[in-house]
Design a protein around this ligand. Structure first.
Ligand SMILES: Nc1ncnc2c1ncn2[C@@H]1O[C@H](COP(=O)(O)OP(=O)(O)OP(=O)(O)O)[C@@H](O)[C@H]1O
Ligand SMILES: [Mg+2]
Length: 369
């Protein structure tokens, strides 16, 4: 986290939002530091847009409070919050030029002509569209329209920028370029941003921190590396990145390590559970190594898990290969870099070996008490 200075800028405190009987946000707490980019990541309907709308002032919470730069804005109307919003549908004015769209917010605020011209020139150059100011927006590509929407939000110099799936209409290459460009731009101007996406790669690329949302609550708030390496819940594990999982029952526990009986054999994992607890054991596929010749390897090494099985599929993906190994009726997923799987064929015997330190364990949500 390089740019944020740590001072709280947007403070969301115990905010709840209900629509009739439906609780859409349930006591959400979130503090975004000045200059920080926090992403709300979660499945459809989990409340991401609703939370953004509350920060923008487009909706009011039933409970809790929202402060921006130390000022309570819970009931302050949108135009008095100094917040810029970029939605997925760019909602540009098709009859206006690029410059006309960017100038719009300042014009309705009655700012002097010279100030507007300066702001338009500056923001268009920030998004690298200075040469297209007089073009009608209807004659622009999707990516160019996206940048006009961005310039329009930036022109009024909001303290806080909110993005709701703002890049999701772009094709993959343009989208990846825009992620990097937008991140650079936001750092340059020192803006505080809340970014909504349901695309985990986008979240990992752009964010200082990610708030994983589930059913109107924040499941985990962490920087991208921590979120990926140490998912706090099974939901986060499943929503961010790939994983191999096996259910089982805790056989013993000592010193922060549990041993678990599973259909693929006895596994060890980092965690605290009482013997007899139903759990799910999980690991990231890139930690699983595939040893084609099982004999003699790693015998008795207590720091490693070992599963003997049979290769079911080898899927070449360019920079890496995914290997599915069947054992005890379960399918485990390993990922090897580059051509690391060149020798493996479906039907081969294979041993999976991976560190206990990279093995997670969670309560089994489907187990009956
Ligand atoms: N004005 C409204 N009236 C009633 N229910 C609403 C209203 N706005 C949102 N909801 C409901 O609140 C829940 C959360 O909606 P929200 O738009 O915040 O989800 P989201 O996380 O942005 O999802 P998506 O990824 O699909 O955009 C949904 O169940 C939705 O149907
Ligand atoms: Mg939404």
């Amino acid at each position: 986290m390089s740019s944020p200075d740590g001072a709280p800028h947007v403070v969301i405190r115990s905010v709840s939002k209900r629509y009739g009987p439906l609780t859409v946000l349930d006591r959400v707490d979130l503090t975004v530091a000045r200059g920080e980019l926090v992403t709300l990541l979660g499945p459809s309907g989990c409340g991401k847009t609703t939370l953004l709308r509350l920060v923008a002032g487009l909706a009011t919470p039933e409970e809790g409070a929202i402060a921006i730069a130390g000022r309570d804005v819970t009931r302050v109307p949108p135009h008095r919050r100094n917040v810029g919003v970029v939605f997925q549908s760019y909602a540009l004015f098709p009859h206006l030029t690029v410059a006309g769209n960017v100038a719009f917010g300042l014009a309705v605020r009655g700012r002097p002509r010279e100030e507007i011209d300066r702001a338009v020139a500056r923001t268009l150059s920030l998004v690298r569209l200075e040469h297209l100011g007089s073009r009608r927006v209807s004659a622009l590509s999707g990516g160019q329209q996206q940048r006009v929407a961005l310039a329009r939000a930036l022109a009024v110099e909001p303290e806080v920028l909110l993005f709701d799936e703002a890049l999701s209409a772009l094709d993959r290459n343009l989208r990846e370029d825009m992620q990097v460009e937008l991140r650079r731009l936001l750092r340059e101007i020192g803006a505080t941003a809340i970014f909504v996406t349901h695309d985990q790669d986008e979240a990992l690329t752009m964010s200082d921190r990610i708030a994983v949302m589930n059913g109107g609550r924040i499941e985990q708030l962490a920087d991208p590396k921590t979120l990926y390496a140490r998912p706090a819940t099974l939901f986060t594990l499943g929503f961010v990145g790939q994983s191999t999982r096996v259910r089982g029952t805790v056989a013993a526990a000592a010193d922060g390590v549990v041993t678990v009986d599973t259909p693929v054999g006895r596994l060890s994992a980092m965690g605290h559970f009482a013997a007899g607890s139903p759990v799910v054991v999980a690991a990231r596929p890139e930690h699983l190594n595939v040893v084609a010749d099982a004999a003699g390897h790693d015998g008795g090494d207590r720091a490693r898990n070992r599963v003997d099985g049979r290769v079911r599929a080898v899927i070449f993906q360019g920079s890496r290969s995914r290997i599915e190994v069947e054992a005890g009726g379960e399918t485990l997923l390993a990922e090897l870099p580059g051509r690391g799987a060149a020798d493996l064929r479906p039907g081969d015997d294979a041993r999976l070996v991976w560190p206990v330190a990279e093995t997670f364990v969670y309560p089994d949500p489907e187990a009956r008490p």
